[in-house]
Write a protein that binds this ligand. Structure first.
Ligand code: SF4
Length: 368
């Protein structure tokens, strides 16, 4: 049994007809239940649920405070290489792009780490494109060894790997894994992944399971909103998170909601996700999974992120740079993977969090 079996169960499910059939009474029924079924999640993700956002928000706030208090985990991303052999039509790092490529040396990683650490960040998320010949395991392990001296928690968002590779990274000091399925719709997946290993839908889909089996304490997943129909993507992502939580009860599971933004060489979104529906998805996921971590990055605007604080989110990035060498190598001509919209400093974001009565948490884990 794997999550692919769950995907197969919903392959011919008519999401459009189901969403159209949901009534206000169905939404209220689901909203008033303590333990939600997958059909309750569908009801809360439907358009009619938008009229109950206030009630959903109140319940979500109560559950979030019960499980997380008023805390927001803080992290920053660190891009160490943008070489990539995949052709994802929505990403400026794709192999067909003539963007200048960069891979940081170990000394440059040290310099980047120092700048991020000086900002107060203790959780780092390390990113690469998919080019293992440029970023082999020996390089990744050396990078982790350096990062361990500055950070108490190291997450990776790299190319999907085999379980054994994840075990090696875990032994080196990596404790969490982020991998986005991009879209759960197999047809669209095929249309937007034109070249490279990423064309293999199933291998990517089962990556979080391999990471959890390898022993990462935390796994973060999500769709890239803009590719598939938003409601069905939010539903499949919710089911995926639930499957992981039930299969690996000792692993912390989180969802993210990256929305496609304009990136150099990237295509425009096929579907737009409005702010209201973005909020609705956070609330529906929270009611479906009380212990779920929910991450919102600096792709979202400062104003919007300030409002989301009260609605069920648990983790924010801050002070982010999305180009290789963006923190310390000021003269690098690197391409950003996506535009940062919330450009505030870490201090400014943490001040906002405190002013709203929440506590920013920089360290809740220690590498041994
Ligand atoms: S999304 Fe990732 S795998 Fe796809 S082109 Fe960009 S860096 Fe490469």
């Amino acid at each position: 049994m794997s999550f692919m079996d769950v995907v197969k169960q919903f392959e011919s499910f008519d999401f459009n007809s189901y969403f159209k059939s949901v009534s206000a009474a169905d939404v209220l029924h689901s909203l008033n239940r303590d333990l939600l079924s997958p059909y309750d999640l569908l009801n809360l993700l439907s358009e009619p649920a938008l009229q109950f956002l206030e009630q959903m928000a109140q319940k979500s706030q109560k559950i979030t405070r019960q499980y997380f208090g008023r805390t927001i985990g803080m992290y920053a991303p660190l891009y160490i290489s943008d070489y990539c052999s995949n052709h994802c039509t929505y990403c400026g790092f794709n192999c067909a792009s003539d963007a200048k490529r960069l891979k940081l040396t170990i000394d440059q990683i040290k310099a980047e780490a120092q700048v991020i650490s000086d900002m107060g960040i203790r959780h780092i998320l390390v990113l690469t494109g998919e080019a293992p010949e440029k970023t082999p395991m020996s390089y990744l392990i050396e990078a982790v060894e350096v990062l361990k001296t500055c950070f108490s928690s190291i997450g990776i968002e790299m190319f999907p790997m085999d379980e054994e590779d994840y075990r090696q990274l875990k032994d080196a000091g990596v404790d969490s894994l982020t991998v986005y399925q991009e879209t759960y719709d197999q047809q669209i997946y095929k249309q937007v992944h034109l070249k490279g290993k990423k064309m293999d839908y199933q291998y990517r889909l089962l990556t979080p399971e391999r990471g959890a089996r390898a022993g990462f304490r935390s796994v973060n997943i999500g769709p890239l909103f803009g590719l598939g129909e938003p409601g069905s993507e939010a539903f499949m992502a919710g089911l995926h998170a639930k499957y992981l939580e039930q299969t690996f009860p000792d692993v912390e599971i989180s969802l993210s909601l990256p929305r496609m933004t304009k990136a150099a060489g990237g295509i425009a979104p096929r579907h737009t996700l409005s702010d209201r529906r973005f909020v609705q998805f956070i609330l529906a996921w929270r009611l479906f999974m009380p212990r779920l971590g929910i991450t919102v990055s600096t792709r979202e605007s400062a104003r919007f992120r300030d409002k989301l604080l009260h609605l069920g989110v648990t983790r924010y990035s801050a002070g982010s740079k999305t180009d290789v060498g963006g923190y310390a190598l000021k003269d690098a001509e690197a391409t950003a993977q996506f535009e940062v919209t919330d450009t505030r400093t870490v201090d400014e974001v943490t001040q906002m969090i405190r002013e709203n009565g929440f506590q920013p948490v920089f360290k809740d884990w220690e590498i041994f």
